[in-house]
Design a protein. Structure first.
Length: 215
């Protein structure tokens, strides 16, 4: 059976698991974005705290995803909860790094001018600093999304949802009937989803970036 025939024969299951995979990534990405922005807003005004946040984000990305899933399995019985927790953790790191860098690079003169006009610290952050840093933050979100698409495949190791089951099933039956087709179908579907999500995030980034600072 060719790969095309295999995909046609299992299109219903492949479509459903693609939806699960995308849903898992998007939900985890939303959580990661909120957490990363909150941490960045707390950290960026202090150079020492900013450096700590950047160091933690760098070190965190070196933790093997298989190891993290294995650790979480010992404490959390639910595969979906494990998957969201692991992906949110990894997703937070690139966004946090970019958010801290973006907010730190906002011209202090503009901030002082805003404060001199009577704007509160919170208003300055929301109306000036975050919009100016937004293109850099969106880049972090896009990087995170692409990374999570791949890591989400490993969720199948913890009985999580998504296309990882196709890949793991194929790899566990190498040499058997349709084993290669199963692995290829899952892998190619993830690539297609990753490209589609990146295009959507790129469009959203352009639509939510102020025209005056849009590149």
């Amino acid at each position: 059976m060719s790969l095309w025939e295999y995909v046609q024969d299992r299109w219903s299951l492949l479509s459903f698991q693609s939806y699960q995979h995308l849903s898992l990534v998007v939900q985890s990405l939303l959580i990661a974005t909120v957490v990363a922005l909150a941490l960045a807003c707390l950290a960026y005004r202090s150079q020492r705290v900013s450096e700590l946040a950047l160091s933690v984000s760098s070190v965190g990305l070196t933790l093997p995803s298989f190891a993290l899933f294995g650790i979480l399995i010992a404490f959390i019985p639910n595969g979906i909860v494990i998957s969201v927790a692991a992906l949110a953790f990894y997703g937070t790191l690139p966004i946090l790094r970019n958010a801290v860098v973006g907010l730190s690079r906002v011209d202090p003169g503009l901030v002082e001018s805003a404060r001199g006009m009577g704007m509160s610290r919170t208003a300055t952050l929301v109306r000036l600093e975050i919009p100016l840093a937004w293109p850099v933050i969106v880049t972090g979100v896009r990087i995170s999304a692409q990374m999570l698409m791949g890591i989400a495949a490993i969720a199948a190791y913890a009985s999580g949802p998504g296309l990882g089951s196709f890949i793991f099933s194929g790899l566990s039956r190498i040499g058997g009937a349709n084993a290669t087709n199963s692995a290829w179908a899952g892998t190619l579907a993830i690539v297609v989803l990753a490209i589609g999500l990146d295009l959507v995030l790129n469009l959203l980034g352009r639509l939510t970036t102020s025209r005056g600072i849009r590149v």
